[in-house]
Design a protein around this ligand. Structure first.
Ligand code: NAP
Ligand code: G4F
Length: 335
């Protein structure tokens, strides 16, 4: 059998890098799509140099997506690229819609025009449940997004379903609940906390400012979740799946575990900054992934505590190796 080829959009992001690891281990040819930038942004895929092919294209540019698929002729396309940070979506709602909503249509149009046999994965999100209409949330729970990001993801989700139903394209939507790792961006709350713990422990900061400590999320490990993306595209029929751990934890619990791992008391360091509270909050997410378990045979392997401790350990090691540049040794506050 010939080597399968996959295109991953968002290859420089957290999930793109884990999915590339996973597919390369399976013997795939992996082509990562990157947008043009004046400086390279390849830290998360540095270890894959020489194994990955990189091609330039942009979710904002239809022709670049068509040409990418024409050149590469993939069997699978994983559409992971988006503006993925919820607070930014209130600052830049139109651009968020361009990337996160219309970008999906542009990618699907490229599939439709180049090769309708391509299997397509869309990175949908538990943010679509927003003001959750039931607990836990399943594939049938009504959607009620609470941010421009969530609204854009609802569009991306439904256009994926629509291209499946209109054109018979093998298009799947993975409704993934929050998933984290040592490669998570530092603006997201798990990594912000574990990075903050490491900097406080190493004497580089004293405080960590956070927003809503009562928000609850269903947090899993990104390395587990990319396997579910691949499994969806190996099935006889395309479908949509919730991917989650089934547990929910508050930001406050995340702080307790993370600070305790470094021998610190979180209450001595965490301060609440009202500016970090969102205009509309998603209070509680908890997923029911029983369909994924039944049909895909998927289940998470890493527990919430293991995940947070893994992230704290990685940040302690990274910050331990870091030294402030000469003349800039003063204590920094958190980002
Ligand atoms: P991430 O780390 O923020 O990565 C986003 C990626 O999208 C980056 O590679 C970024 O490239 C790329 N990108 C943004 N705009 C682009 C454009 N116009 N053209 C091409 N590439 C563009 O996100 P992630 O955590 O890996 O998440 C992957 C996907 O899953 C996203 O769609 C996210 O919304 C969704 N999702 C994530 C979670 C989660 O908990 N992580 C849960 C549900 C759904 P640059 O490096 O150039 O910025
Ligand atoms: O880590 P977060 O920024 O993730 P959020 O908003 O849940 O979005 C992530 O998960 C989605 C899946 O549900 C993805 F679709 C999306 O792309 C992204 O990956 O915030 C989690 C919670 C929120 O309730 C927020 O209000 O943590 C709360 N929080 C409290 N203090 C904070 C902070 N969040 C951030 N980022 N920074 C804080 O200081």
């Amino acid at each position: 059998m010939s080597t399968p080829t996959a295109v991953i959009t968002g290859i420089t992001g957290q999930d793109g890098s884990y999915l590339a690891d996973f597919l390369l281990d399976k013997g795939y040819r992996v082509v990562g799509m990157v947008r043009r930038s004046s400086t390279e942004n390849f830290e998360r895929i540095e270890h894959l140099r020489g194994k990955l092919e990189i091609c330039q294209a942009d979710l904002l540019d239809q022709l670049s997506l068509i040409n990418l698929l024409r050149q590469v002729r993939p069997r699978e396309v994983y559409n992971l690229a988006s503006q993925s940070f919820v607070p930014t979506s209130w600052e830049q709602p139109v651009l968020t819609g361009e990337f996160t909503a219309l970008g999906v249509t542009r990618m699907l149009e490229a599939v439709r025009l180049v090769d309708r046999e391509i299997r397509f994965y869309q990175a949908s999100s538990s943010e679509m449940f927003g003001k959750a209409q039931e607990v836990p949330q399943t594939e049938r729970t009504p959607l009620y997004p609470r941010s421009p990001y969530g609204v854009a993801k609802v569009y991306g989700h439904w256009i994926t379903v629509n291209y499946r139903e209109s054109y018979g394209i093998f298009a799947c939507s993975g409704i993934l609940f929050n998933h984290e790792s040592p490669r998570r961006g530092k603006e997201f709350v798990t990594r912000k906390v574990t990075d903050g713990v490491a900097r406080i422990k190493r004497g580089l900061a004293r405080e960590l400012s956070l927003g809503n400590l009562e928000a609850r999320r269903d947090w899993g490990y990104a390395g587990d979740y990319v396997e579910a993306m691949w499994l969806m595209l190996q099935q006889p029929r395309p479908d949509d799946y919730v991917i989650a751990t089934g547990e929910t934890h508050a930001v406050r619990e995340l702080c307790e575990i993370a600070f305790a791992r470094a021998g610190l008391n979180w209450q001595e360091h965490v301060v609440v900054d009202p500016k970090l509270v969102r205009p509309a909050e998603v209070d509680l997410l908890q997923g029911d992934a029983s369909k994924a378990k039944r049909v895909l045979g998927w289940q998470p392997r890493v527990s919430f505590r293991q995940l947070i401790e893994m992230m704290v350990d990685a940040d302690l090691e990274r910050v331990g190796a870091w030294r402030p540049p000469l003349g800039n040794e003063k204590l920094q506050t958190d980002n």
